[in-house]
Design a protein around this ligand. Structure first.
Ligand code: CAA
Length: 387
């Protein structure tokens, strides 16, 4: 694995870091407390090219590689994980899917505005009664007799950026008897009649990222907005999630790094029993393990990004690498954030410092885009070849 960062990698990392620390970090606490969507900073992220890092320039993106993407994701998430997930959904779940499976017209019409930050994209797979078992969805789409449009009905839940999205990819059953093989993907505009935003989710963490249910009631979707062929939707959803999981792994890496840096500083400054707490072996052990697990996560994230880069040339899959990176980095983020709270003692439990936010934000990385249990299932299936 070649880990030598190029000048371009260093440039995007430093640019993302500067922006994250100067623009996002100062407003992160406000957005966490209020749950207000960070319209302004998200717009600026688009202008900087952070919403379509791997998207070709002809479709409004920055045309960089997968390593650039994970480096920028880590920096943004270090300042605020909520901004991280908004960025990840636009880049991986929305743009990546349409670039991979869309027609030229769809790429021009839908990728360009999202990659350039003029519009916000979303990805709607989960339903109130189907999360991990994504294939058991109930939403339905029926093709009109003249073959010009589909009528979509159903409810989707836990839609990241749902309340503010302009456009989203939704996965709907066109042939329920075929289960997974009867699912089809559509690109819908949120001002299409029949689309409505339902209840928003009051969440434990990543509170500035808006999350809601959406409903589709006799939503008429032109046939040109079908993404790929009928029945291919489930596989597309999985392919797109492979990319998405690398984004969440880098988000987790950013959270862990932020929690670790705060702990390191605190251990050097806080005194107890006449010494800095960083001089106590029990704190040293925590710091050593935190740092080591973070570095191991980073290697898995880079390895997954390199696998994704190779797959661009070969058309192959990187399901295993993405699942391992997501599993390890998310569990590391949760573990590191827990240690960070412990090192800070009472101050770690207080809203005066961001450490309790890192702790709350870390938890979601073990849940969305496939729980840790699902990642283990994916890894084991890939290794054994058994289902
Ligand atoms: N790439 C390509 N094809 C894939 C694939 C992948 N990564 N994973 C599965 N497939 C294919 C299989 O090869 C199989 O193909 P055939 O029909 O030709 O045999 C087909 O898809 C069905 O696969 P499975 O039989 O393995 O499907 P399953 O029903 O057993 O489910 C699962 C597998 C891994 C559990 C899957 O359902 C899953 O990943 N569940 C988790 C869902 C998830 O991650 N949801 C996240 C929602 S989005 C979100 O969280 C965003 C956010 O908020 C930020």
């Amino acid at each position: 694995m070649d880990l030598q960062l190029t000048e371009e990698h260093i440039m995007i990392r430093d640019q993302a870091r500067k922006f994250a620390q100067e623009v996002i970090a100062p407003v992160a606490e406000h957005h966490d407390l209020t749950g207000e969507f960070p319209v302004e900073s998200v717009k600026q992220m688009g202008e900087l090219g952070l919403m379509g890092i791997e998207v070709p320039e002809e479709y409004g993106g920055a045309e960089m590689d997968a390593i650039s993407y994970v480096l920028a994701m880590e920096e943004i998430s270090k300042a605020d994980a909520a901004h991280g997930v908004i960025m990840s959904v636009n880049n991986s779940l929305f743009c990546h899917g349409i670039l991979r499976f869309g027609t030229e017209e769809q790429k021009k019409k839908y990728v360009e505005p999202v990659a350039s930050g003029e519009a916000i994209g979303a990805y709607a797979l989960t339903e109130p009664t189907s999360g991990s078992d994504a294939g058991s969805m109930k939403s339905r789409a029926v093709l009109s007799e003249d073959g010009t449009r589909y009528t979509l009905n159903g409810r989707k839940s836990w839609i990241t950026s749902g309340p503010v999205a302009d456009v989203m990819v939704v996965f709907v059953m066109t042939d329920p008897e075929k289960r997974n093989r009867g699912i089809t993907a559509f690109i819908i505009e949120t001002d299409m009649p029949g689309f409505a935003v339902g209840k928003t989710e009051p969440k434990l963490g990543i509170r500035a990222s808006a999350t809601c249910e959406i409903t589709m009631e006799n939503l008429r979707c032109p046939v040109e907005n079908r993404l790929g062929a009928e029945g291919q939707g489930f596989k597309m959803a999985m392919v797109v999630l492979d990319a998405g999981r690398i984004g969440i792994a880098s988000q987790a890496l950013g959270i862990a790094e932020a929690a670790y840096q705060a702990s390191l500083q605190y251990a050097r400054e806080r005194e107890a029993f006449g010494r800095f707490i960083g001089q106590f072996q029990m704190i040293q052990q925590k710091l050593a393990d935190m740092r080591t697990r973070i570095e191991a996560s980073r290697l898995l994230v880079y390895s997954a990004a390199l696998a994704k880069e190779r797959a661009k040339a070969t058309g192959g899959r990187y399901t295993l690498e993405a699942a391992m990176a997501k599993l390890f980095a998310s569990e590391t983020a949760m573990w590191v954030a827990t240690q960070a709270v412990q090192i800070h003692g009472g101050m770690g439990y207080s809203k005066e410092l961001p450490v309790e936010r890192y702790f709350r934000d870390a938890k979601i990385t073990e849940i969305y885009e496939g729980t840790s249990e699902i990642q283990r299932m994916v890894i084991a299936r890939s290794e054994t070849g058994l289902r």
